[in-house]
Ligand binder design. Structure first.
Ligand code: SF4
Length: 367
């Protein structure tokens, strides 16, 4: 039976991490002299793995006798300069403090897989760090997500793939592609940052929820399922977990997972779903974003938030991104993916267009 440890994150984080890992049956997971890859969620500017949790994990890894720690991620499609992004969000400073190397995967080599699955791009690059390390620790944050309902351990591994395939994932069956990626790439341990989680329009535009928890497990499907339970979401509603269960990748039935530590029901919440949050905040928004990646989605939501704060209404009947087709004549196409229709509709170029450009175009019929 797979084990998931759930602990209150209070006092000394490093002690809590060590205790959670021990309760998850993974106390000896790091061997003396290991090169350890620590893969947090450093996806954007908001909604990243808490830096104090990361620092505590890194210190725990050193205590286990590791030889070297590499902290790495490949941020979302809209981030052009990863190094600058890492500097801005503070991870470079943390890496320096804990004597770890900080890498942006896109600046390094990838292991290339050809035709690994019909649910994956024909050619898929996965960071070499994930295969060259002795141990890999996945350190996601608990959040809702507008494409996949939740982003937890399984989804966090998408940060390990090459930038161009990130976009292709969104044009395929994203949930299924994530499951197949988790067959090609498995971490040795997942430590979930559920100190502050995000509900609503995650992964970057939602509201913070004070959960005050840290979870650990050697089984990513089990830990994701337990997180869903804590978020008040049935794992069967989450397509990545549904596919994972049905294709034998892991167990999502909470009754078949051994929970150690806190009583789940005492911490269970009802996270607002992204779609409920969007219709509550923007009831007049008619958005077609099938196949759009996080670049356009996150920048659009940031632009909408900016307008809402200023009390300004957008003027379009419909907003179209990704590979969606407009349903209305009064549609604004956003992003290079929609360029084939640019002669017929209002069009904003960019991949993705920046937040300010979207904000301006949302309130102006003339570009
Ligand atoms: S245009 Fe937008 S949706 Fe298309 S790949 Fe670029 S960022 Fe993603």
């Amino acid at each position: 039976m797979q084990k998931v440890a759930v602990l209150k994150a209070q006092g000394n984080f490093q002690k809590t991490i060590a205790e959670a890992v021990e309760k998850a049956g993974a106390a000896n997971i790091i061997s003396k002299g290991d090169l350890v890859l620590l893969k947090p969620n450093l996806h954007g500017s908001v909604g990243i793995t808490d830096l104090s949790v990361l620092e505590a994990i890194a210190r725990w890894i050193w205590d286990c006798g590791a030889r070297e720690i590499i902290i790495g991620d490949g941020p979302f499609y809209g981030i052009v300069n990863e190094r600058e992004h890492f500097e801005k969000i503070g991870i470079m400073g943390i890496a320096k403090k804990v004597n770890a190397q900080c890498v942006a995967f896109d600046e390094h080599d990838f292991r290339i897989f050809h035709n690994a699955s019909r649910y994956l791009p024909d050619e898929l690059g996965i960071t070499r760090f994930a295969y060259d390390c002795d141990k890999m620790i996945n350190a996601p944050i608990m959040k809702t997500h507008f494409n996949t309902l939740v982003t937890l351990g399984m989804k966090n591994l998408k940060g390990c793939i090459r930038k161009r395939e990130k976009r292709i994932f969104h044009q395929m069956n994203l949930d299924r592609a994530i499951v197949e990626l988790n067959r090609l790439l498995q971490s040795d341990l997942t430590i979930m940052d559920a100190t502050w989680a995000m509900e609503g329009m995650g992964p970057a535009g939602g509201a913070w929820v004070d959960m005050g928890l840290v979870l650990a497990s050697m089984d990513v499907v089990a830990i994701d399922s337990v997180c869903c339970h804590l978020m008040g979401i049935d794992p069967d509603e989450v397509m990545t977990l549904r596919f994972a269960q049905r294709t034998g990748l892991g167990e999502t039935d909470i009754n078949k997972i051994k929970i150690v530590g806190e009583n789940l029901d005492e911490h269970k919440r009802h996270f607002e779903r992204p779609i409920d949050s969007m219709t509550r905040q923007y009831p007049q928004l008619n958005l077609s974003n099938e196949g759009a990646c996080s670049g356009c989605n996150m920048n659009l939501f940031a632009a909408l938030r900016g307008l809402k704060l200023r009390g300004v209404e957008f003027v379009w009947d419909e907003i179209v991104m990704g590979n969606s087709k407009p349903m209305s004549a009064d549609a604004l196409l956003i992003g290079a993916c929609t360029a084939s229709l640019r002669k017929e509709y209002a069009y904003l170029p960019g991949c993705p267009p920046d937040v300010e450009a979207i904000r301006k175009r949302l309130v102006n019929r003339v570009g």
